[in-house]
Design a protein around this ligand. Structure first.
Ligand SMILES: [Fe+2]
Length: 441
């Protein structure tokens, strides 16, 4: 029979209790809390023909940005197709099919098709938002949400999640004041919304509000840290604030206690690699941490699902001096750059040149790294991630310029950074280094 979810969307094949479990799963997913997969499984155990629960189960496999997850989502597709009866449910099946086949653009478009007709489809909005993030589509991070907000009001279940997504999209488009307002509004409704907390942290990161950022993370830790899939990434943001505050010992302690873990999820390994690389750029000895991280990345050396992950795997292999695995990863990426799908262009245009640049940096060919990094950074958004994550490319270029003894380039890059973040001590240090190199020349 046809029922409605908590926002009035018709759903097929669900009992009342199954709809409640589906809503619980969606709520957990929005906040990044608990185990949405278990709640989704409970919905399907009760109502095996619940099409939207099959869709949610598939998206939960896909949103980890791993090839293995795409395979598991593809295995769910027959059940989703069999149970999808409405045009909306069939569009979800089409979106999942495209996503699992590596056609990220096609999936993002089908989700937009759904939202144009059904602006309260919270699952379509959330998955479209994540796809916009994975594709570095800043405009749609903001505007996909802007297109649906007319249909939302504070009384609707999940409204805080809409505000949180809008906050992050606004931040990625540089509208920091509106982003912070939207994020804080979301948190006033749902303090445990980890994505809203994260969006405000991004605003503070981009504006160089280091001390405020540390306080923001620590004062609200009880809301965003426990039982959260976003916790590692939010700890990473705290580590960035501490690193920018020249506190490397605290950063290493955070890495050991909160960021390095036994898990093997690519999303967490990305944060671990990015943090160790930033420490590496600053000349901090990270000891055996690279070796362990390279082991954790090794299963992904042949994955080739997402160039953004591959670049972070390369950092770990270079950091650990595992040139054999670095070469294996390059071979995987080259094969990927020849195949179809969205990741083909991501790999060819950004992933491979960046991976080569990281290798060059690791082999102390700083001139070679500079050439590649200067070429890749204007188009780097194409392989996804946030401004804060892709900042690592700029940081690597700055350090390569310093190590290669190119004071004019270093001065130019330091001024570029200072214009965006006038308070940053790092840019001042690079400016002094450039002056020192020029004086010595
Ligand atoms: Fe972030």
């Amino acid at each position: 029979m046809t029922r409605t979810d908590h926002r009035g969307m018709c759903v097929n094949g669900a009992s009342g209790p199954a709809v409640d479990e589906f809503e619980r799963a969606l709520s957990l997913l929005l906040c990044g809390r608990g185990d949405p997969a278990a709640a989704c499984a409970a919905a399907l155990a009760d109502s095996p023909d619940f099409a939207m629960a099959h869709a949610l189960a598939a998206y939960l496999q896909l949103c980890g940005s791993e090839g293995a997850g795409a395979g598991r989502a593809a295995a769910i597709l027959p059940a989703l197709r069999r149970t999808a009866r409405s045009a909306r449910e069939r569009l979800h099946a089409a979106a999942v099919a495209a996503y699992a086949a590596g056609d990220f653009e096609g999936a993002a478009e089908r989700l937009d098709d759904i939202l144009i007709e059904h602006p309260r489809d919270l699952l379509a909005l959330h998955q479209g938002h994540l796809l916009d993030f994975y594709r570095g589509d800043a405009r749609n991070l903001r505007d996909r949400v802007a297109r649906v907000r007319h249909a939302w009001s504070p009384s609707l279940a999940g409204y805080h999640g809409v505000l949180a997504m809008h906050a992050f999209g606004l931040e990625e488009c540089g509208d920091y004041a509106q982003a912070e307002e939207s994020g804080r509004e979301a948190l006033a409704i749902e303090p445990a919304d980890g994505w809203a907390h994260h969006a405000v942290a991004h605003v503070m990161e981009m504006q160089g509000r280091r001390q405020e950022g540390i306080a923001w993370m620590l004062e609200r830790e009880r809301h965003w840290a426990p039982d959260s899939a976003l916790a590692v990434h939010n700890w990473w943001h705290l580590a960035l604030f501490r690193l920018d505050s020249e506190q490397p010992a605290e950063v290493l302690a955070l890495y050991d206690a909160r960021i390095a873990g036994p898990g093997a999820a690519a999303l967490d390994l990305v944060d671990a690699a990015a943090l160790l690389w930033r420490l590496h750029l600053r000349g901090v000895d990270v000891g055996p941490r690279w070796t362990r991280l390279a082991e954790q990345w090794t299963p992904f050396a042949c994955d080739g699902w997402y160039a953004f992950n591959d670049a972070h795997a390369m950092m770990a292999f270079v950091g650990a001096g595992r040139w054999d695995r670095a070469d294996l990863l390059i071979a995987t990426m080259r094969r990927r750059a020849e195949r179809g799908g969205s990741n083909q262009a991501m790999t060819r245009e950004v992933g491979l040149p960046l991976a080569h640049a990281l290798q060059a940096f690791g082999r102390r060919d700083f001139g070679g790294a500079i050439t590649l990094l200067r070429r890749v950074r204007p188009v780097a958004a194409r392989f996804g991630g946030s401004h804060a994550q892709r900042d690592l490319i700029d940081l690597t270029l700055l350090e390569a310029a310093r190590r290669d003894g190119q004071p004019s380039l270093l001065r130019a890059l330091a001024h570029e950074r200072l214009s965006a973040r006038p308070e940053t001590p790092l840019a001042r240090r690079y400016l002094e280094a450039a002056a020192g190199q020029r004086g010595a020349a």
